[in-house]
Design a protein around this ligand. Structure first.
Ligand code: TMP
Length: 237
């Protein structure tokens, strides 16, 4: 596989073309941002950890019947993925109140929901990723009703699989963000990443935060938290 020109650089990843028009290379950076890019920093080792954790999760999901963009890991921080058109939605699933759910609705963090919640935002940095509902997404032609139904069903199945996996390494999957893409033949697949950048992970015993909230909230211990998550994921692979 030959790496060709850079197609795109995002806040946490770069994407390169390859000699195959249907395949791209994702390269994970150590750069960290929060508050829609207003807070910037770097987390040593993050790129390699997020690459490894994401790939482990994508393989677990594939094994359990969720189609993803994952093809194969190339090295420490680079992975080969299927080229998809990203649907500009951020799909957030929550099992426990935290973050914007807690602040938006004026509740404390840590309330365990009877059933997961699901919400969608319009992935648009200039607008600060505004929350929207299905009818808004359809009106904006971001996705069709059928695509939204598929996305919702895939997100909830993903939650069930991931929740059980993280439970097995004594981690509560509090909430997470997914992105979906469409392949050249029109199939919807899970894309982007599943990592401590995009999930909230709490130690199931101590409730210690093992994710990017340590960076967002200036709590310190960020590198250790990412290392600890990688160690636990590795311990069951
Ligand atoms: P929130 O509580 O800030 O809405 O975040 C919910 C989950 O989604 C949390 O695990 C972090 C993740 N997330 C992202 O990965 N990217 C984003 O831009 C946002 C807003 C949240």
């Amino acid at each position: 596989m030959e790496k060709r020109e850079q197609l795109y650089e995002g806040k946490a990843k770069k994407v390169y073309c390859t000699d195959d028009p249907d395949l791209l290379i994702v390269s994970y950076k150590d750069d960290a941002t929060a508050l829609n890019g207003k807070k910037r920093g770097s987390i040593l080792g993050k790129g390699a950890i997020n690459n490894r954790i994401t790939n482990a999760m994508m393989q677990l999901l594939e094994k359990n019947g969720i189609p993803t963009h994952y093809v194969r890991e190339l090295n420490d921080r680079e992975t080969l993925v299927k080229k998809v058109d990203i649907i500009p939605l951020e799909v957030i699933v929550r099992n426990i109140s935290a973050g914007h759910f807690a602040s938006r609705y004026g509740v404390k963090e840590g309330i365990v929901f009877d059933d997961p919640t699901i919400e969608i935002s319009y992935k648009n940095d200039e607008l600060d990723d505004p929350l929207l509902n299905a009818s808004h997404a359809i009106a904006l032609k971001l996705a069709t009703r059928e695509e939204l139904d598929t996305i919702k069903e895939m997100a909830l199945r993903t939650n069930a699989i991931l929740k059980e996996f993280f439970r097995s390494i004594n981690v509560e999957l509090v909430d997470f963000k997914l992105e979906f893409g469409k392949t050249s033949d029109g199939r919807i697949v899970l894309a982007d990443e599943i990592s401590p950048d995009t999930c909230r992970f709490w130690d199931a015993t101590t409730h210690e935060k093992l994710d990017k909230d340590r960076f967002r909230r200036d709590m310190g211990g960020i590198e250790d938290a990412y290392q600890e998550m990688m160690k636990r994921v590795d311990s069951v692979l």
